[in-house]
Design a protein around this ligand. Structure first.
Ligand code: PEP
Length: 250
């Protein structure tokens, strides 16, 4: 049985005052059955983890370096993030793939380091609008999945987030049929590579303009085990109903 996961990505948003929202979210989610994770900017990790002590909300990071330590000015290692209170890290988000030229190989190396440090790697894959219009969605997503997941992938070490690039922050959402097609295909690829037992334990999130208003229909899609949410994770009043919709889904 895969535990549902509602993950929020604050991206480059939030200073100390945002911790009040986090406290509100922890209060709103005090009876949540799903796992709730908020990934604030690294500057807030330690304080966010303290705000969420003894709550249902855990804290994650948005990236890590693939090396364990050394001469990488401005970067953070997975061990540092874990030390600051993170339990998970988002890797290969399309904004990092685009802004920092991250390749599948880089993402896979980061995932290996993250797992070794005790973090769950939330690995993002997803096609651009050009890919989709060219009929290449499944090819692109399969290649990203194959290239980005390390061999020590399991249900506890890795979560896969399907995030169509054209749906992120745009208000555009794929149809439930389109989400179902990709999630079924992801599950099939995982079964082929890792075998049924491991593959069926790996959670698959959908991400891209998830809001309270569309969460219910997205969570009803087979093989959608939760969501990775950007904009609607910044306010407790927007994110808590998404968590509630996930709890209410079968
Ligand atoms: C994201 O950043 O991963 C994301 C899904 O953003 P949004 O929910 O704002 O589309």
């Amino acid at each position: 049985m895969r535990r549902k996961l509602a993950a929020g990505n604050w991206k480059m948003n939030g200073t100390a005052s945002a911790l009040t929202e986090l406290g509100n979210l922890a209060y709103s989610c005090k009876s949540a059955k799903a796992e709730v994770l908020i990934c604030p900017p690294a500057t807030l990790l330690y304080r966010a983890a303290n705000v969420c002590v003894d709550s249902k909300v855990s804290i994650g990071a948005q990236d890590c370096h693939n090396a364990t330590y050394g001469a990488h000015t401005g970067d953070l290692s997975a061990e540092m993030l874990h030390d600051a209170g993170a339990t998970a890290v988002i890797l290969g988000h399309s904004e990092r793939r685009a802004d920092h030229d991250e390749t599948d190989e880089t993402v896979r190396a980061k995932a290996k380091t993250a797992i070794a440090a005790g973090l769950t790697a939330i690995i993002c894959v997803g096609e651009t609008l050009n890919d989709r219009e060219a009929g290449k969605t499944l090819d692109v997503v399969r290649a990203q999945l194959a290239g980005s997941l390390p061999d020590d992938t399991s249900g506890t070490t890795v979560v896969v987030a399907y995030e169509p690039v054209w749906a992120i922050g745009t208000g555009k959402v794929p149809t439930v049929e389109q989400i179902a097609e990709v999630h079924n295909d992801l599950r099939a690829s995982l079964v082929k590579r890792f075998g049924g037992e491991t593959a069926n334990a790996i959670r698959l999130l959908y991400g891209g303009s998830v809001k309270a208003g569309n969460a219910k229909e997205i969570f009803a899609v087979a093989h959608v085990d939760g969501a990775l949410v950007g904009g609607a994770s910044l306010k407790a009043a927007d994110f808590a109903p998404i968590v509630a919709a996930l709890d209410a889904s079968a």
